[in-house]
Design a protein around this ligand. Structure first.
Ligand SMILES: [Zn+2]
Length: 369
């Protein structure tokens, strides 16, 4: 049986809360981590106008990209849209979890998937906003349990090097210990020095996953007192950033780029700014609203694809020599949700959790007529 905490654990393994911007509000917004979950609904945002459609699906948990609550509030007035929404969610016992800027910045989050959907080559973070600290975890394990402990720590997210998972190293040796008063040793007797053949098992762990990996290691380890070491490494960890940069396969015109974006994102109309015949090779993508970042973009970017673009922002971009495609806030973010639904389905099945995930596309806010 799955509980909210199990789904949260999968989400935060892939989209750690530490990646969220300081002004943001991410995580479990409403409900209990203990609640049983059979059905999870994914959508871009929740609002009073669309809550009936959500309730009709009878989910136990809703995962949104935009946080349910942004600002603090002092009362819940059922006559306001937010108050009505909260009342409906509580009445129908629906929990809400939001993953916002942590999902934007994650190594396989909104912007990475958007860049992949647009088929960019050589995709990289736009600029280094945050880089993860890496740790080396070393644990001493008796031969009989080495594979169980390795599976537990790698399963909790340790041992990723580039696109390789399950990386670890083990060396055999002899461990010694003497169980004292009040112990209940897995091997050996109280008051007698024991020698045991053990492996020194080591692997690499990003900081955001360290406590979860240690918990998993302790749970899988047979010893009452586990001998392990954690070292901070100097190796460069992954770089996280809200946006991505990459290249079109071939240099092409702004107009042709716009047609490609329309096709890949399934949008009927979009706005372009810049000379239609401008040659475009290097592209930046920022899902949602990315214009506030234009002064930080690498100067060799020819085109920014984002949403929510305003007049004065476009003027500034053009002064930087940057062309812009406004493909819509909703359109550049929502497209990622089916991918997350599939990820959660796969991970839940692998963990033996029987949960159904459904994606509910949001109603269009704007119509180009
Ligand atoms: Zn957004």
């Amino acid at each position: 049986m799955a509980r909210v905490r199990d789904i949260v654990k999968i989400m935060e393994k892939h989209f750690p809360l530490d990646l969220a911007s300081p002004w943001d509000n991410c995580g479990l917004m409403l409900g209990s981590p203990d609640k049983e979950v059979q059905k999870v609904l994914l959508c871009l945002d929740l609002d009073a106008a669309g809550v009936e459609e959500v309730i009709a699906h009878a989910p136990d948990l809703v995962i949104t990209h935009h946080p349910l609550f942004f600002k603090e509030f002092k009362k819940i007035d059922y006559n306001t849209p937010l108050g009505r929404l909260i009342r409906e969610l509580i009445t129908h016992d629906i929990c809400v979890y939001s993953a916002h800027t942590n999902l934007d910045a994650a190594s396989r989050g909104v912007n990475q998937i958007l860049a992949e959907i647009l088929e960019l080559d050589d995709i990289k973070p736009l600029f280094p906003e945050k880089s993860e600290k890496l740790y080396k975890l070393v644990v001493f394990v008796p031969y009989s349990h080495v594979e169980e402990v390795r599976r537990a720590v790698n399963g909790a997210g340790a041992g990723y090097i580039g696109n390789y998972s399950d990386c670890s190293f083990r060396t055999p040796g002899i461990g010694t210990f003497k169980p004292g008063e009040g112990t209940n040793p897995f091997i050996g007797e109280k008051g007698k020095v024991e020698e045991v053949e053990e492996y020194r098992l080591e692997t690499v762990v990003p900081e955001v996953l360290l406590s979860g990996v240690i918990d998993a290691m302790l749970e899988a380890h047979p010893y009452e007192e586990v001998a392990y070491d954690v070292y901070l490494l100097q190796n460069q960890g992954q770089v996280y950033c809200m946006g991505r940069q990459g290249y079109w396969k071939e240099e092409t015109s702004l107009m042709e780029c716009a047609c490609h974006v329309k096709e890949k994102l399934g949008v009927e109309k979009l706005k372009i700014a810049g000379p239609p015949d401008k040659r475009i090779r290097k592209v930046a993508v920022i899902g949602g609203a990315g214009m506030s970042l234009i002064s930080r973009l690498p100067k060799d970017i020819d085109l920014l694809i984002t949403g929510d673009v305003k007049y004065h922002e476009v003027k500034e971009a053009l002064n930087w020599g940057l062309a812009v495609i406004d493909a819509g806030h909703q359109e550049t973010e929502e497209i990622v949700l089916p991918w997350i639904r599939d990820l959660l389905t796969r991970e839940s099945q692998a963990s033996g959790l029987d949960v159904e995930y459904i994606y509910m596309p949001g109603k269009k806010c704007f119509w180009n007529i």
